[in-house]
Design a protein around this ligand. Structure first.
Ligand SMILES: Cc1cc2nc3c(=O)[nH]c(=O)nc-3n(C[C@H](O)[C@H](O)[C@H](O)COP(=O)(O)OP(=O)(O)OC[C@H]3O[C@@H](n4cnc5c(N)ncnc54)[C@H](O)[C@@H]3O)c2cc1C
Length: 404
């Protein structure tokens, strides 16, 4: 018999963990099932723009996150040769404008802080090594079928949230045929000790170099002890997963000294271990869920990283999901449809904006020259403010659309 307040969440990534905390805050019991035996110490830096940081702060995570975050003072956009094209102030500005800070953090520090908060919440049971396979609806909600240690197990709840990422099993089980589409690019990532990089690259700033058909992002993470570097390049052979081994010499050869600033090459050359992952997104789904089942985060709306909003959108989803279920706890199906209605338009808009940025970032020839002119003419603050619609979003915006 399902407990009338148990929600099953599949996937303990950034979205699933945040959803568990948001649901527990509204007095739901959460069974959180994660396929991985242990949560990997891997990943790149993640940008927590104000629309995401405000939610994490509201969930009481500020103290847990603060030892790991870096507050970037500015965003610097440069040409491959290092010419400064635009500088936008960050630091205290986002907090003044949007009411929440702009942070950068390493993915595993964020995940570890969320896991610690989950462990400190008695209403959440996290089970690692448990792969969700299927579900069946019944009069009391649903039964979720999973595999753990070679055994089949069942869990019961009033709702099932598929937060199982890019290659979501539950998306397929819900009948969606769309397969994530490869964007033709791979992202190469490495962490470099701050003392090993040129001084200007260990400063608290987000650096973006735009080259022809390639770009590079760097910023400090792990309380500024390390610098995160992510290079995005054309690729033809996507390796599965998030952490395929990659060859630093091959990468350096694709950033020739004739085109790329010396400090960029110094940063790339200082990294010992490179890993890469193939970039995918999905055309926006017309519906996400059915009955007492829905999707969240990458499972619902995989997106390209060119607006740095993948994790932020999963965090926003989690907050809205908690609010919707709390609003009509006795009618989870209506709550899930209200959640989807409130999220689909926004996540589609962000998916499309990220895809457009990818095109602009990789322009070559005359188009790249025009891009540089446009950036040189743009006042620095405008670079951030044109995304007011992304960063200024608050869960209250979605709450106001809920009606009894
Ligand atoms: C190991 C890892 C490393 C990553 N590194 C990067 C990175 O370097 N840069 C970047 O931009 N993004 C990275 N991502 C993706 C990024 O975290 C997400 O795009 C974003 O945070 C949205 O989060 P999400 O919770 O929707 O998905 P994810 O963070 O991908 O979480 C999905 C979770 O679901 C679990 N899962 C999958 N199938 C099942 C199942 N059937 N049953 C139960 N659990 C299941 C996965 O193990 C994973 O923990 C990484 C994801 C993972 C899992």
């Amino acid at each position: 018999m399902a407990s009338s307040r148990t929600v099953v969440v599949a996937g303990a990534g950034i979205g699933g963990l945040t959803a568990a905390l948001a649901l527990a805050k509204h007095n739901f019991r959460v069974v959180l099932l994660e396929a991985a035996e242990r949560l990997e110490e891997t990943g790149a830096g993640i940008q927590l723009s104000p629309n995401a940081s405000r939610i994490l702060i509201a969930l009481g995570l500020r103290e847990r996150l603060e030892p790991h975050i870096v507050v970037p003072e500015e965003l610097r956009v440069m040409s491959a040769s290092g010419r400064m094209l635009a500088r936008a102030p960050l630091g205290a500005d986002p907090e003044a404008r949007y009411g929440a800070p702009y942070w950068v953090i390493h993915r595993c520090d964020l995940q570890a802080a969320l896991v610690e908060a989950v462990a400190a919440t008695p209403d959440i049971a996290l089970h690692l090594g448990t792969r969700v396979e299927d579900f069946a609806c019944d009069r009391n909600g649903l039964t979720v079928a999973a595999h753990r240690g070679g055994l089949s197990i069942d869990d019961h709840g009033i709702a099932l949230i598929g937060a199982d990422g890019l290659w979501s099993t539950l998306r397929r089980r819900l009948g969606h045929r769309a397969v994530p589409r490869f964007a033709g690019h791979a992202a190469w990532r490495a962490l470099v000790p701050a003392e090993a990089v040129p001084l200007e690259l260990s400063a608290p700033a987000i650096n973006l170099w735009l080259g022809s058909r390639a770009h590079l992002v760097s910023y400090p993470v792990r309380a500024a002890r390390m610098v995160n570097a992510v290079a995005i390049l054309r690729d033809t052979a996507p390796a599965p997963g998030w952490s395929a081994p990659a060859d630093g010499h091959e990468l350096l050869a694709r950033f020739p000294p004739a085109k790329w600033q010396a400090s960029v090459r110094a940063l790339l050359g200082a990294a010992e271990h490179w890993q890469k992952w193939a970039l995918h997104d999905c055309a926006p789904l017309r519906r996400w869920g059915k009955g007492p089942v829905t999707l969240l985060g990458d499972a619902a709306h995989p997106m390209l990283p060119y607006l740095a909003q993948g994790a932020a959108m999963a965090i926003e989803d989690a907050a809205v999901l908690g609010d919707c279920l709390a609003f009509t706890p006795d009618d989870p199906e209506s709550a899930l449809r209200a959640y989807e209605k409130s999220r689909r338009g926004r996540t589609t808009q962000v998916q499309r904006a990220a895809r457009r940025n990818g095109i602009v970032y990789h322009l070559g020839g005359a188009a790249a020259w025009l891009r540089a002119l446009a950036l040189l003419a743009m006042p620095g603050p405008r670079l951030i403010r044109r995304y007011d619609w992304v960063y200024g979003w608050k869960p209250a915006d979605a709450r106001s659309t809920l009606t009894r």
